[in-house]
Design a protein around this ligand. Structure first.
Ligand SMILES: Nc1ncnc2c1ncn2[C@@H]1O[C@H](COP(=O)(O)OP(=O)(O)OP(=O)(O)O)[C@@H](O)[C@H]1O
Ligand SMILES: O=C(O)C1=C[C@@H](O)[C@@H](O)[C@H](O)C1
Length: 316
């Protein structure tokens, strides 16, 4: 079968790639061995960078490059952005040392900012960033999660989501923005516990506002016709939060937007920038990793293995 997914990414980490999948019924996310056999993995890069691309139909980068601070901002806000950027950088250097290549899984409700914060954290750590919803779409060969729910079912989506997480769990130096419901299957925790998990805990009111702003078309569990998108989103999110509260609390670290806002003297979490949240995430990760140093576990894909695999691929 032709490789059914594609992605390109750039990272300072030695080549880490993820590939095509057909989940459940079709084959799952290709592991390293299968990718090399399929000849679909290309590893390259310049000094200090490594690029890995798995190409098939319509390759698109999973990770959008971060944008620089806009020069048009007021000087006060520009200064605070520079301060934030420096803090982010310093924190990332401290964390990187203790992380030792472990993957970071961001968990949280729909709209909690996993993709947005994930990109920042990945960029600053030199990790690669993946969005598990996008990987499932690529695996199944459908353009959206909404369509997968419609044509197949939520159960089919969940099976594929687990396959994707399983395959990611054998890799290193990744930040994974997981789907909002990934926490409900215990098997997914087995995979995520190979790295470390961070819960982005955002008040429901803020989530509902964000979702009402962007619409619910891409979020099938929230997509019901309503004259009042905020209230509809809030009601459904409250039900989901009730069912899942315990599951999110399994994460190794919790980033509470209410706590950050209180620390910074804001009454409202909407004042927090994704960079503020990324800094707090790194602080929480640092707390966790300093208390839980790595032990190389049996079967883990180590840097040495990845490097030697990369050389083998380049030699092909
Ligand atoms: N700190 C923030 N403040 C305001 N809006 C934000 C913040 N972080 C993210 N957003 C916005 O909220 C929306 C959801 O963010 P994002 O896609 O990162 O969340 P997610 O957790 O990955 O969602 P999903 O699980 O539904 O894919 C986006 O429109 C994003 O721009
Ligand atoms: O919270 C959820 O159950 C979901 C969240 C999204 O990220 C998607 O994974 C899907 O829409 C289901």
């Amino acid at each position: 079968m032709e490789v059914g997914a594609s992605m390109a990414m750039q990272s300072r980490a030695p080549g880490v790639g993820a590939g095509a999948v057909a989940g459940g019924r079709r084959s799952a996310f290709l592991g390293w061995e299968k990718q090399t056999q399929a000849g679909s993995l290309r590893v390259g890069g310049t000094a200090g960078t490594a690029a890995v691309a798995v190409r098939a139909r319509g390759a698109k980068p999973v990770v959008a490059p971060l944008r620089c601070v806009k020069a048009s901002r007021g000087s006060e806000s520009l200064h605070s952005s520079v301060d934030e950027a420096l803090l982010l950088k310093r924190k990332s250097e401290e964390v990187l040392f203790h992380l030792n290549g472990r993957c970071i899984y961001l968990v949280g409700m729909m709209g909690s900012g996993k993709s947005t914060v994930g990109k920042i954290v990945a960029e600053v750590l030199g990790y690669s960033c993946f969005d598990s919803d996008k990987l499932v779409e690529q695996a199944v060969g459908m353009p959206s999660v909404a369509q997968i729910f419609k044509v197949h079912s939520e159960a089919f989506f969940r099976e594929n989501e687990s396959s994707v997480l399983r395959d990611l769990s054998s890799m290193r130096r990744l930040v994974v923005a997981t789907g909002g419901g990934a926490v409900i299957r215990p098997i997914n925790w087995n995979y995520m516990k190979k790295g470390l998990s961070v819960w982005l805990d955002v008040p429901l009111d803020a989530l509902a506002k964000r979702i009402a702003q962007v619409g619910t078309a891409s979020r099938p569990l929230l997509d019901q016709p309503s004259d009042d998108p905020y209230t509809a989103a809030f009601t459904k999110l409250s039900m989901l939060a009730e069912q899942r509260g315990e599951a999110y609390a399994n994460a190794d670290a919790r980033v509470s937007l209410e706590e950050i806002a209180a620390k910074q003297g804001h009454g409202d979490v909407s004042k927090l920038t994704p960079t503020n949240i990324a800094i707090e995430a790194l602080l929480k990760i640092e707390n966790f990793v300093t208390q839980h140093p790595t032990a190389t576990t049996h079967g883990e894909v180590g840097d040495l293995q990845i490097d030697s695999l990369s050389s083998r691929i380049q030699a092909l």
